[in-house]
Design a protein around this ligand. Sequence first.
Ligand SMILES: [Zn+2]
Ligand SMILES: [Zn+2]
Length: 118
Amino acid sequence: MLQDMGFESDVMSALNSDPNRRPPASEQFIANLPKVNDFCAADKCCVCLREFVVNQVVALECGHKFHTDCITRWLRLNNSCPVCRTEFPTDDQEYETNKRLKRQKEATLQELHHSMFS
Ligand SMILES: [Zn+2]
Ligand SMILES: [Zn+2]
């Protein structure tokens, strides 16, 4: 139990200290992004830098707009707006599990590496 708690706080501090290790946005959040058609012709998607196409634009809560495909791909890697870094909901449970599995995998790979090269 104590070990578990130590692990959790370790994860939390890693999360807070490393901005590159953000969880992806929640799938439900991505699925429910509102479509918008009130963009101006001069507006461009900040992910791919191309112009917007009618019926393929969604707006984030912060007001920034992106192609549906672009922001979907982005939010599956990152839980924040690519422009202003506003953070969005995540499937925390899943993130924790993935993180745990990833760590285990890394540890296993390291062990393997050591046993192969030492
Ligand atoms: Zn785009
Ligand atoms: Zn934004």
